[in-house]
Design a protein around this ligand. Sequence first.
Ligand SMILES: C[S@@+](CC[C@H](N)C(=O)[O-])C[C@H]1O[C@@H](n2cnc3c(N)ncnc32)[C@H](O)[C@@H]1O
Length: 309
Amino acid sequence: MSSNAHVPVLLGPVLEGLDVKQDGLYVDGTFGRGGHSSAILKQLHADGRLIAIDRDPQAIASAPATLTEDPRFELIRCEIAELEKCIGEKGLAGRVDGLLLDLGVSSPQLDEAERGFSFLRDGPLDMRMDPDTGVSAAEWLQSVEERELRRVIRKFGDERHAMRIARAIVSTREQTPIRTTRQLAEVVAVVLPAQRQKKHPATKTFQAIRIFINDELAQLEKALAQSIGLLARGGRLCVISFHSLEDRIVKRFIRDASREAEQYRGMPDVPEAFRPTLRPIGKAIVATAEEIAANVRARSAHLRIAERV
Ligand SMILES: C[S@@+](CC[C@H](N)C(=O)[O-])C[C@H]1O[C@@H](n2cnc3c(N)ncnc32)[C@H](O)[C@@H]1O
């Protein structure tokens, strides 16, 4: 597969979950390589509209002319924590018929060694989705305190060997800065040599550092909170997550928004401002065995759907 390819995950269930109306207004908060966006656009008529967002300048630059020249389509470089601003400033708050968030990294981000996301490819240890913001993973690893490093690896990687890994990183960097993905993968592999799992020993450490560097969980929480004000009544929220930390946030958010505010729970008359704002549509959807066989990224995907009430 070319390094520019990204196969959209759970495409059929996403289109069904969004319940695409031909003249509706849709927002794809994670454009990537536009797999979901292209499929949504195909279902829209001339008066439908799709606004896509990505924080990665390469994702924006890679959008094909078939999309960027389509008058129904607009692509904005923005982060999902700023959804309200990006969409709201167009006067579209409360008018969105469907919002999709397909979280995490795209295949091209992982495949391109210069992005520094993957332990399988040697490159500069960057890991930023938006390389113009924040610090690279290499810069952060050079100065972070061992305790904080351990916390990040344990919390965001669910890595039980976080203490040994953090210690090894700190003692390595005292000799030589860890500047490349291979260096980091090797440091982790040396302290976890006896693992008999299918995954590379550095999988969890890379995931943890990536989540931290891109502030992924806070981005998700902010986007979810802002989605309520953007969606029209009956509008759909579809979120695909790829690990349990994200899925837990989505699940809890939908559960809490589907209840009355705590102080009114169980009361007969609940003022409008305290009523549920979402209704869950079914349970989490996972990929079929066929989809997973064709696209390994689908293996950990969980799609949750809710409707604005
Ligand atoms: C899994 S890919 C999306 C793939 C896309 N659905 C497709 O079919 O091609 C995730 C994309 O979302 C972007 N992204 C992740 N977190 C983001 C955030 N907080 N704000 C904006 N874009 C984000 C990434 O840069 C990446 O391009």
